[in-house]
Design a protein around this ligand. Structure first.
Ligand code: ADP
Ligand code: MG
Length: 678
C-alpha cells in the first residue's frame, strides 16, 4: 500500500480522496444503453463467464442481464483473478464506459461489486470510490476496502484532531464548511451539493496555504536577508543614460529600472523575476542595472544559456560601453586557456567589472572580488541549484535578477513564484509592427520559398527552423541536412548564401555561421532550435518553422520573437503536415490569432497543464491534491486577496485570530507524528 499509493499513515488515508461516489439508487436499465451512452451504472445478474481467445487475445467475457437487456463485460487483464472471484448467478453492480462492438454494448474493465438490491432500499447516501491499483486489488485491497478503512477511521477521529486551520473570518466570509466537516464530507457526503462544498473548501485551503507559505517566505527573506547596497546613481549610469543610450526607454523599461533601484538600494537582498515578452528590451534593463552595480563599487555578472546568445550580449554591450571607463569580459566554455587565466586573475583583482558568460561562470575557479549582482537571462534553461551556487561567491549574497521571455501566467506566478519579487515589461518599443503569422501545409512549401525570395530581394533575411524530432542527435542531424538540401535547391549559390547552425557543430563554427548571418553575409539561416532564445537580428523579417506541430506553444512564440525586431513588417510561417491532432491544430490557431505572450502562456497552461510548464516542475508548488490552478483560477484570485489582507494586517501571524493558521503552517513543516500502517 505504501509503495503503490504512497499512503504511509492513517493520516494519509484521510487525505486519500475518493475520485467519485456511487449512488446506489441510480441504476440505469441496460436496455436503455445506446451508442450515445458514455459512462453508466447498471445492475443485473451475471449469467455467464467465459474465457475466449488465446495468448495476447485472451480475454474474459461476462454477460450481465437485467429485466430490460444484456451487456458484455470484458477483461483483458486479471483474467484469472476475476474468473476465480466472480460467481455466475450472482447479482452485481457495474460501472464503466460503454463501447459498442459489432452492435453489442460492452464495458471493458468495469468496476464491479456484489449487488444486493433489498439492502439498498431507502438508502441514498453516496459511497466513495477510491483509486486503487491492479496489484492492490489482487491482494484484496480494492477501492471498497479502502472505503471501509476510511469509514472506521472517521468513527475514531475527533473533530479536534482535524482542527480548523483557516482563520475564523475567512470561514465566515466565504461560508466554508469547517475543515473536519469538509474532510468527512469529501469521503462521505449525503448529497452532491454537500460534496461540492467540501471539495471547494479543500481546494481553497490548498491554494490558500501554498500562497501563504510563499508570501511568508518572501517576507522572511525581506526581513532577514542582508544584501549589498546600491544606493548611489553614479557617473557611469548617468553618463551612459545621457550620452550613449541608443533610444528612448519605454515607460515600462523606466518603471522596471526604478523598481530594481529601489530594491537593490534597500539593504535587502534582491531576488527578482523580470518578465518581458520577446523583444521588449530586457537587455537594456540588464545593462543599466549592471552599471548601477559598478557605480557602487561592485562587479556584475550576466549569464545566458547559449554561447551564441552570450557572445551577442557581449558584442552589443561592449559596443554600447566602448566610450566609458568600464571593463567587460566574456567567459564561455570555449574561452582558450591563456585568455581564461587572464580573465580569472582580473576578476579576482576586481579589474573586470562586468562579466558576461555561459554557465562557465559558475565553475569553482571563477572568483569575484566583490560580486554585487547576477543577472540570469532566459531563466528556464538554468537550474535553481546553479543559481544558488553563485550566491556563495561573495560574503554578502549578490542581488539576483532573473529575466525571462517565457511569460509565466499570472495564476501560476502567484502560486509557484510567489517568493520572488516580480517586475513586468508589458510594452514593446515603439514602431514595432505585429508579426503576421500564417499556417501552411507542406505542399505549399514552394510558395513559401517564393515569398522568402521576394523578401530577400527587398534586402531582408529569413530563418528556416527544423525541429529536434528524436532523442537521437543523429536523426536530428539527418533531418536538418535533408531540410538544408531542400532549401539549397530553392536558393542556389552564388545568388544566395545560407548559414546553418546546429547542436553538433563545434562552437567556433556555430559562431562563424551565426556571425555571417548577423552581418548580412548570408540571407538565410537554417537551424535547429539552438537560435531559439535571445538572438537579435533586426533585419530578419521571415521566420519559417518546419514541422511546426512538433513544437510547444511557448517555443513557437520564442521562435517567432526572432523576427519583428526591426521597423520592417515581419512574417512567421508555420508549416505542418495536413494530418494534425486536435491539440496541434489548436496551437496553430492560437499562434495565428495572437502575438501576446501572456495570452499564449495562459493557453499553454490550459493545453499542457501546470506540471509541464518549464521551470515549475521543480518548484513543487503546483502539485495540489484537488486544486488545479487552471480550472480553479477564480479560487486562486480569491485566496490571493485573503492572503494579502491577512498579511497586511498581521505580517507575522501573531494575532489570536491567526494562531491556528500559524500553528498549522508550523506543524506542516515538522510533521509527521501519526503512526504508520504498512
Ligand atoms: P528581449 O527582451 O527579447 O531580450 P532585446 O533586449 O533583445 O529584447 O531587445 C530587442 C530589440 O529592441 C533590440 O534590438 C534592442 O536594441 C531594441 N530595443 C530595446 N529597447 C528599446 C527601446 N526602448 N526603443 C527602441 N528599441 C529598443
Ligand atoms: Mg533577450
Amino acid at each position: 500500500m505504501r509503495k503503490e499509493l504512497s499512503i504511509h499513515s492513517f493520516r494519509d488515508l484521510l487525505f486519500h480522496y475518493p475520485y467519485r461516489h456511487v449512488d446506489k439508487t441510480r441504476v440505469s436499465p441496460i436496455g436503455g444503453v445506446d451508442p450515445t451512452t458514455d459512462i453508466i451504472q447498471v445492475a443485473g445478474k451475471l449469467i455467464s463467464l467465459d474465457v475466449v481467445g488465446e495468448k495476447r487475445g485472451k480475454r474474459l467475457i461476462g454477460k450481465l442481464r437485467d429485466q430490460t437487456g444484456m451487456i458484455d463485460l470484458i477483461w483483458f487483464q486479471g483474467v484469472t483473478w476475476f474468473q476465480k472471484n466472480l460467481i455466475v448467478g450472482q447479482s452485481y453492480l457495474v460501472y464503466g464506459k460503454v463501447t459498442f462492438f459489432n452492435s453489442t454494448p460492452q464495458i471493458v474493465h468495469p468496476e464491479i461489486e456484489v449487488w444486493s438490491p433489498d439492502k439498498q432500499e431507502g438508502k441514498s447516501h453516496l459511497e466513495p470510490v477510491y483509486p486503487s491499483t491492479e496489484k492492490l486489488r489482487t491482494r484484496g485491497l480494492s477501492g471498497r476496502q479502502i472505503a471501509k478503512l476510511t469509514e472506521v477511521l472517521f468513527q475514531q477521529v475527533k473533530e479536534k484532531e482535524l482542527s480548523e486551520n483557516l482563520p475564523e473570518s475567512v470561514i465566515q466570509q466565504l461560508k466554508l464548511p469547517s475543515r473536519y466537516l469538509a474532510l468527512r464530507q469529501i469521503h462521505f457526503p449525503s448529497n452532491q451539493e454537500e460534496y461540492q462544498r467540501a471539495v471547494h473548501r479543500i481546494k481553497f485551503e490548498e491554494i490558500f496555504m501554498a500562497q501563504m507559505r510563499m508570501n511568508l517566505r518572501r517576507a522572511a527573506r525581506h526581513r532577514f536577508s542582508r544584501g549589498v547596497v546600491f544606493d548611489k546613481v553614479g557617473d557611469l549610469f548617468h553618463g551612459f543614460y545621457k550620452n550613449h543610450l541608443p533610444f528612448e526607454l519605454t515607460n515600462a523599461q523606466k518603471r522596471v529600472i526604478r523598481e530594481i533601484r529601489a530594491d537593490a538600494g534597500s539593504g535587502k537582498q534582491m531576488n527578482r523575476l523580470l518578465q518581458g515578452d520577446v523583444g521588449s528590451g530586457k537587455t537594456m534593463v540588464a545593462l543599466l542595472t549592471m552599471l548601477l552595480a559598478v557605480d557602487n563599487g561592485y562587479q556584475a555578472c550576466l549569464m545566458a544559456p547559449t554561447e551564441i546568445l552570450t557572445k551577442q550580449h557581449f558584442t552589443t554591450i561592449s559596443e554600447q560601453l566602448k566610450d566609458l571607463p568600464v571593463s567587460v569580459a566574456l567567459l564561455t566554455g570555449s574561452t582558450k586557456t591563456a585568455a581564461r587565466k587572464k580573465i580569472l586573475a582580473e576578476l579576482e583583482a576586481g579589474e573586470i567589472q562586468i562579466l558576461i558568460g555561459t554557465h562557465a561562470v559558475i565553475e569553482d575557479a571563477v572568483k569575484f572580488k566583490s560580486l554585487g549582482i547576477v543577472i540570469i537571462d532566459e531563466q528556464h534553461r538554468f537550474g535553481v541549484a546553479q543559481r544558488a551556487r553563485l550566491w556563495e561567491k561573495a560574503t554578502l549574497p549578490p542581488h539576483v535578477l532573473v529575466m525571462t521571455a517565457t511569460p509565466i501566467p499570472r495564476t501560476l506566478a502567484m502560486t509557484a513564484y510567489g517568493d520572488l519579487d516580480y517586475s513586468i515589461i508589458d510594452e514593446l518599443p515603439p514602431g514595432r509592427q505585429p508579426v503576421t503569422t500564417v499556417h501552411r501545409l507542406e505542399n505549399d512549401r514552394a510558395r513559401v520559398m517564393e515569398f522568402i525570395k521576394a523578401e530577400i530581394s527587398l534586402g531582408r533575411q529569413a530563418y528556416i527552423i527544423f525541429p529536434l524530432i528524436e532523442e537521437s542527435d543523429k536523426l536530428d542531424y539527418e533531418n536538418l541536412m535533408r531540410g538544408y538540401d531542400t532549401v539549397k535547391g530553392y536558393f542556389p549559390e552564388p545568388a544566395y548564401w545560407i548559414s546553418m547552425v546546429h547542436g553538433k557543430q563545434p562552437a567556433v563554427q556555430k559562431e562563424q555561421n551565426m556571425h555571417r548571418f548577423v552581418t548580412g553575409d548570408t540571407q538565410i539561416m537554417v537551424s535547429t532550435t539552438v537560435i531559439e532564445v535571445g538572438v537579435n537580428v533586426p533585419n530578419a523579417s521571415v521566420m519559417v518553422i518546419e514541422s511546426a506541430e512538433k513544437f510547444g506553444l511557448s517555443q513557437l512564440h520564442q521562435l517567432r520573437g526572432r523576427v519583428g525586431r526591426g521597423a520592417d513588417k515581419s512574417y512567421c510561417v508555420l508549416i505542418t503536415s495536413s494530418k494534425l491532432g486536435k491539440d496541434a491544430r489548436e496551437r496553430m490557431k492560437i499562434m495565428v490569432q495572437t502575438s501576446n505572450g501572456f495570452e499564449i502562456a495562459e493557453k499553454d497552461l490550459e493545453l499542457r497543464g501546470p506540471g509541464e510548464i518549464e521551470g515549475t516542475r521543480q518548484s513543487g508548488m503546483v502539485n495540489f491534491r484537488l486544486a488545479d490552478i487552471v480550472q480553479d483560477k477564480p479560487i486562486v484570485e480569491v485566496a490571493r486577496k485573503f492572503v494579502a489582507d491577512i498579511l497586511e494586517a498581521d505580517p507575522e501571524l501573531n494575532s489570536a485570530e491567526n494562531l491556528q493558521l500559524k500553528n498549522y503552517l508550523q506543524a506542516q513543516r515538522d510533521k509527521n507524528s501519526w503512526s504508520k500502517i504498512s
